[in-house]
Design a protein around this ligand. Structure first.
Ligand code: NAG
Ligand code: NAG
Length: 318
């Protein structure tokens, strides 16, 4: 009997809502959550293993942190939802798309990825006006799906997960994004253009990943946004592939501009040294580094002298 009561009650309430003004009813507060501060629905530390679906339209803040959630899905758009906290759960895959009946869960990760362009078109977001999404301390292996449906996102907090790659285009719709927290993940490399559309970005935290090198183009775009970029605790490989980046940072530094701190991990002779403190000659090619850049673009400032390194080693073309 107790099992049947929930759905019956919900059905009755829905009927009432269809006929009468819902706002005249007392707000429903899901069991084990608190609704004291009205637009905030706080279900933090409630032992939840599923997301309560009876979320009122008036809710603007939803706290589901510190629960037992493996996945999060809502069945309809919540057009007032601004802030969502999902930290400290065990979420492995997060989608902001309203759940489709297609059994995508049975599809392997690789296939899912290939299906992405078409599934993107079909994505209807359950949080179209989201401004803050916090999913820190979970088990995400990739960025949340359907982020493009939340174009007003300001803060995306994804630290302490297991994200290893970001695809170019994953973030390109987030033109309002000001803070992106990706510290303590497993990111090994970054596409040079992955952040290029985030013109509002002020904080980018990539510390404590397993990055070994960065493309100079990424430096140029983020420097133009004047973003505070945190890169500590990675495995920077200070070899000849870093020369171009070091040169650009040294130039900016000489003009008194803020640059990035990148502490070398490899080779051992440079371990602990800041890239910017090194000379061009310190950055050697070892034959084991990533292939030197085939294509080098050089920004020329008017009136400046340019020194181009012309290596005959490897695949360098000049
Ligand atoms: C929800 O409640 C917990 C304590 O029960 C509190 O720590 C947390 O800050 C609250 N969430 C918000 C968004 O205020
Ligand atoms: C996450 O929650 C667990 C259990 O509730 C707790 O032991 C742990 O300290 C929490 N971690 C953080 C970072 O709050």
């Amino acid at each position: 009997m107790a099992v049947a009561q929930g759905p019956v009650l919900a059905a009755v309430l829905l009927l009432v809502c269809a006929g009468v003004h819902c706002s005249s009813l007392p707000p429903i507060c899901p069991e084990s959550c608190t609704c004291q501060r009205a637009p905030l629905l706080n279900c933090s530390s409630s032992g939840l293993s599923y997301v309560p679906q009876q979320i009122q339209d008036s809710v603007t803040e939803l706290d589901l942190s510190h629960n037992l959630l493996n996945s999060v899905s809502l069945h309809r758009p919540h057009r007032n939802l601004r802030n969502v906290w999902l930290g400290n759960n065990t979420i492995t895959h997060l989608s902001l798309c309203i759940e489709r009946s297609l059994g995508s869960q049975s599809v392997s990760g690789r296939h899912l990825h290939r299906l992405r362009p078409s599934s993107r078109r079909r994505c209807v977001s359950w949080a179209p006006t989201l401004q803050l999404l916090s999913v820190e301390r979970n088990q995400l292996v990739q960025l949340p799906e359907g982020l493009e449906g939340s174009a007003s996102l300001w803060v995306l907090q994804l630290s302490f997960n297991r994200i290893s790659t970001l695809q170019p285009g994953d973030l390109s719709h987030l033109r309002q994004l000001k803070e992106l927290h990706l510290q303590h993940n497993l990111i090994t490399s970054l596409h040079p253009q992955v952040f290029q559309d985030l013109a509002q970005l002020k904080v980018l935290d990539l510390s404590f990943n397993i990055l070994t090198s960065l493309h100079p183009l990424m430096y140029l775009s983020l420097r133009n946004f004047e973003a505070d970029v945190r890169l500590g605790g990675n495995r920077w490989q200070c070899d000849c592939s870093m020369r171009s980046l070091r040169r650009r940072m040294a130039y900016d530094s000489s003009r008194g501009l803020q640059t990035w701190s990148m502490v070398c991990a490899v080779p051992s002779s440079l371990s602990g040294k800041d890239l910017l403190q090194l000379e061009e000659d310190d950055l050697n090619c070892f034959g084991t580094e990533n292939r030197p850049e085939l294509h080098q673009d050089v920004t020329v400032y008017s009136g400046s002298e340019i020194l181009l390194t012309c290596s005959t080693k490897g695949n360098t073309k000049v």
